[in-house]
Design a protein around this ligand. Sequence first.
Ligand SMILES: [Zn+2]
Length: 159
Amino acid sequence: MSELAEFAQELDRALDDLGHESGGAFCIVLVDRVEARRLIKAVLTGALDRLYVIQAIDSFIKRIGTASRRLAPRCVLCSKPFRPGKLPTVIAIIAGYIDAPSTGVMAGFCKICARRAGWPVGDWRRGLGAALLPELRHIWPDARLADPMQLCCDMPGRA
Ligand SMILES: [Zn+2]
């Protein structure tokens, strides 16, 4: 099986698991470098209880750093593999929309795909969320984003 087909299958399986937990309702947290910095600061100062988001991002980036090219995480839209010098521009944490999801799927967007969806200007989260929806619907035809405004962590001070 080709690397691409393997990647697609692995992603499908993971999204399938998430959807089973929530009946196809998903939430996505989208984090770019600026947001990651704000998150880390907010968690370190105790303003935000989102340590798991930072840990998830950290282990995703470590996986990119240590994985062989064949097994490296890929851009969820164009399948380009991420490498240590070519990290994702935006990282998505996808989980079932339930109170305590037992698992989540990490996905990365390369710079080209992120830009195509509007990053870094305006309401880029909405653009990336919309770009991800067809992927989710591929597994869950009725997949929906539970709350389009939840595309970011509920940061204090954010409108
Ligand atoms: Zn891409």
